[in-house]
Design a protein. Sequence first.
Length: 138
Amino acid sequence: MSAKEKNIRHHQTIKEGMIMTLAEQLIQKGREEGLQQGMEQGIQQGMEQGIHQGMERGMHQGMERGLHQGMERGLHQGMERGMQESVIEVLEARFGAVSASIRKRLTSITDRAMLEDLLKKAATVPTLTEWEKNVPQK
């Protein structure tokens, strides 16, 4: 092989090496860009999924808490109403018809201890007038 052929071959080897290096650099750059895009998409999807799951969990917990509180409130109000009705029934059994104003005053009372006291007094006081003295004014 002549010196010229060796020189040409040497230049071809250098070109091939440069092409391979350039190709390797492009491949590496493509990998890095692909990795970056994959990470960005993964983060975005993860955030969206996390937000969605968090909202679902929060709504579920809120509904459970609301249902529980509603049931407790309903039970409490039902007990108040039952006590109020019991007082009216005892008063009517003992003294006859109870006026609308007494009913209104009685239904404005929500304190259980006071309702229990008024029920006991409804069963024991000698007159409706005496019982009314124990009912707070609005």
